[in-house]
Ligand binder design. Structure first.
Ligand SMILES: [Zn+2]
Length: 267
């Protein structure tokens, strides 16, 4: 099992359990205060609080790892949840009473969160995160009491407040879990598209590019010769060889050279 490779710091917490369940959940928490990823890591190393998370994000957007993904953090007041979840603590940009929402997070933190969660998904074979908007819907879907219809390529979002009398992750983040779902899934889709740029798609794009290139002066004489000799077509009668729908392969070239030799022999 791998971990995020673009973290800014690793501050290992002594508070974790062996992970006995495959990763299937995502729990985003608020740290209830401003701070950096490194500072949050120190907090999770200190005795007394006996708490941790897999990852943390600072107010400045820094990312830290405290508990590797192959272990379960002590984060969500629920062993059932923590055994299955990748947990992420996000530092805040302001306190509970400031502004319209409690515990807002900075744009930098939000961007880091989207990037981190998309990375967690991709490394763990998840093609999308799922936010169902309520405790009952999410826990039923994830099969907390048996059953459940969650697919193995999904990461279902849960909230700390569902498992304890806490406001975590605060209304600001909780009300944006739908936006997080949408942004992460968009990022996963675009990363998948980049990865799929192999074989046929690269060939198609390169062919398109080559076909659109204007013929260079150096090619004109060869074109005239090629058309006159009957080796190439000039369908649009511009005196230039029509570019084929594709890249000239070595096999094509071998064929052209062989035909040329054949014609020489005929003459
Ligand atoms: Zn929490």
């Amino acid at each position: 099992m791998s971990n995020c490779d673009f973290t800014d710091c690793t501050v290992l917490s002594p508070f974790f359990s062996r992970r006995m369940q495959p990763i299937s959940l995502l729990t985003v928490h608020c740290a209830a205060g401003r701070g950096t990823a490194a500072g949050l890591g120190e907090l999770f190393r200190a005795k007394g609080k006996d708490a941790s998370s897999n990852y943390g994000i600072g107010t400045d957007g820094s990312i830290g790892m405290y508990v590797p993904e192959d272990c379960a953090s002590w984060c969500s007041s629920s062993g059932w949840n923590d055994q299955r979840a990748v947990t992420v603590e996000v530092c805040n940009s302001a306190g509970p009473a400031e502004g319209r929402y409690d515990w807002p997070v900075s744009e930098e933190s939000w961007a880091a969160l989207v990037r981190l969660v998309a990375d967690v998904c991709r490394r763990n074979g998840k093609r999308r995160v799922v936010w169902l908007g309520s405790r009952d819907a999410a826990l039923a879907y994830a099969g907390k009491n048996g059953g459940g219809s969650q697919r193995p390529d999904e990461l279902v979002m849960t909230a700390h407040r569902w498992f304890a009398a806490k406001s975590c992750p605060g209304d600001y983040l909780y009300d944006r879990f739908g936006a997080l779902e949408a942004e992460v899934n968009r990022m996963i889709a675009s990363l998948e598209e980049d990865e799929m740029l192999t074989g046929e798609e690269i060939y198609r794009r390169l062919s398109e590019y080559l076909r659109a290139l204007p013929a260079g002066d150096y090619a004109e004489e060869a074109c005239r010769w090629g058309i006159k000799s009957g080796l190439f077509l000039d369908g649009d009668n511009d005196g230039l060889v029509d570019n084929p729908a594709g890249i000239l392969t070595r096999q094509d070239l071998a064929l052209v050279l062989m035909r040329q030799e054949e014609r020489k022999d005929e003459q």
